[in-house]
Design a protein around this ligand. Structure first.
Ligand SMILES: Cc1cc2nc3c(=O)[nH]c(=O)nc-3n(C[C@H](O)[C@H](O)[C@H](O)COP(=O)(O)OP(=O)(O)OC[C@H]3O[C@@H](n4cnc5c(N)ncnc54)[C@H](O)[C@@H]3O)c2cc1C
Length: 402
């Protein structure tokens, strides 16, 4: 929390404490909430009661993580920051009227709104993808994939899993399947990527390393190939016979949520909300857009650590805007990205450089444990118990996993 205590100007609503509504309490929204202090009347809204640590949800496929390891109760985190949490689905942010509207018709007034709604699954309009492929975007999604994989692995005969998308989500999914089921006879995994190589845009060394590891298992990595249709038992691809699939996992990336269009923050569906470098909406002065939802002048990767940094910056700029001061530009500080490939390898990608070693898995785990503890400091009671369970449970399951 900030320690500076400057006076705020009279609020547009005339209230003594300026009202700030934060829509979305993922990485960006929570960071913003934790950096606004008691001078503001802050309401944080999210449709789900749980904050979820998405960068490790692939570990639910192998059972190395359990859903409880990856979740924190939003109400506790927001209350500890001194604010109010409202669980609701937001259907419109009416910036000219300075009000956020929920699906149940509740209207939450604001002087400044921070929009931190992330993205939604991108299926590129592929027929059947929404219905017949499993999404890979939440703890529930990945826990369900984990259950289906376990059931499939226990069946006799030939079984096929198809992963659509060879970006970091698809690679991490494949790694966890191999960690747990890599030695099962008759279980084939195919990974289909439209780009020319695995992890498009990353150093070629990663593509080579994954193919080398995969060659020891019943895995097909198919690149330069688009998926055209998904049915309950087939994945249709360009220029090849359809792939049989008992379980299709969709990891096609993210696109902007419809709420941005419905709130007039963008001109067309699917566009990220244009913001200035200070994260203020280019459409409305009383709105900041942060995290994955923000369309920055110089686009950045949709990454959790940028979302956290944007949350901190936006909190500062809300203070500045309400005190009538000049806003500060967001200056991203790039960090390397850690991509796990099950127990076989972990890659640290920094620009065009990559370091690969199974030992780097410990670094990914450390980022998870430390940041979860920062978000929910284990100072006693429930937070301490859940931190201990997270740490001991993961360590035990990692050591015991085949
Ligand atoms: C499988 C996977 C793996 C990833 N791995 C990594 C990684 O290794 N490293 C990394 O840096 N990043 C990783 N990312 C990306 C990272 O998770 C995102 O960049 C980050 O979550 C973005 O944060 P955010 O706060 O903008 O959005 P989110 O974390 O998506 O939060 C948005 C919140 O808004 C809420 N919301 C949305 N719409 C509404 C509405 N209408 N009403 C109420 N609430 C709403 C949602 O419930 C959600 O809680 C990964 C993402 C995925 C899916």
């Amino acid at each position: 929390m900030t320690s500076r205590r400057r006076a705020t100007r009279p609020t547009p609503s005339g209230k003594s404490r300026p009202r700030v509504v934060i829509v979305g309490a993922g990485f960006a929204g929570l960071a913003a909430a934790q950096h606004l202090d008691g001078r503001y009347d802050v309401t944080v809204i999210d449709r789900s009661p749980w904050f979820e640590w998405l960068p490790n949800i692939h570990e639910l496929l192998s059972g190395v993580k359990r859903p409880a390891d990856l979740r924190l109760p939003r109400a506790r985190l927001v209350k500890r920051a001194g604010h109010r949490f409202v669980r609701a689905e937001v259907v419109r942010i009416d910036a000219p009227a300075r009000v956020v509207v929920t699906s149940r018709g509740r209207r939450l007034p604001f002087d400044t709104c921070i929009v931190a709604v992330g993205g939604v699954d991108e299926t590129f309009g592929v027929p059947g993808a929404d219905r017949h492929a499993m999404p890979f975007k939440s703890v529930d999604d990945c826990a369900e994939i984990g259950r289906r994989l376990a059931a499939l692995a226990n069946r006799r005969g030939k079984r096929s899993v198809v992963i659509v998308g060879g970006g970091f989500e698809g690679i991490e999914a494949l790694g966890e399947i191999l960690r747990r089921y890599g030695d099962r006879q008759g279980m084939t995994v195919s990974l289909v990527e439209a780009g020319p190589r695995l992890m498009p845009g990353s150093p070629l060394a990663i593509d080579r390393a994954i193919r080398r590891h995969s060659a020891r298992h019943d895995v097909r990595c198919i690149t330069g190939t688009r998926v055209t249709k998904v049915t309950p038992t087939r994945v249709h691809v360009e220029g090849r016979k359809p792939l049989h699939s008992d379980l299709t996992i969709w990891t096609g990336g993210v696109k902007a949520p419809p709420l941005l269009r419905e709130s007039g923050l963008v001109d067309r569906e699917g566009q990220w909300a244009p913001v200035t470098q200070a994260l203020r909406s280019k459409r409305f002065d009383n709105v900041f857009v942060i995290g994955d939802a923000a369309g920055l002048p110089h686009p950045l990767g949709k990454q959790a650590y940028y979302a956290l940094q944007m949350g901190v910056c936006a909190a500062g700029n809300v203070e500045r805007t309400l005190a009538g001061r000049r806003l500060r530009d967001f200056r991203p500080s790039a960090k390397g990205m850690l991509v796990a490939f099950g127990a076989l390898d972990t890659f640290l990608i920094a620009g065009r450089s990559v370091i690969a070693s199974p030992a780097l898995a410990a670094a990914k785990e450390a980022v998870f444990q430390v940041t979860m503890a920062q978000l929910d400091p284990p100072l006693g009671g429930d937070a301490l118990r859940s931190a201990a369970r997270r740490f001991v449970g993961t360590a035990r399951r990692r050591l015991l996993s085949p």
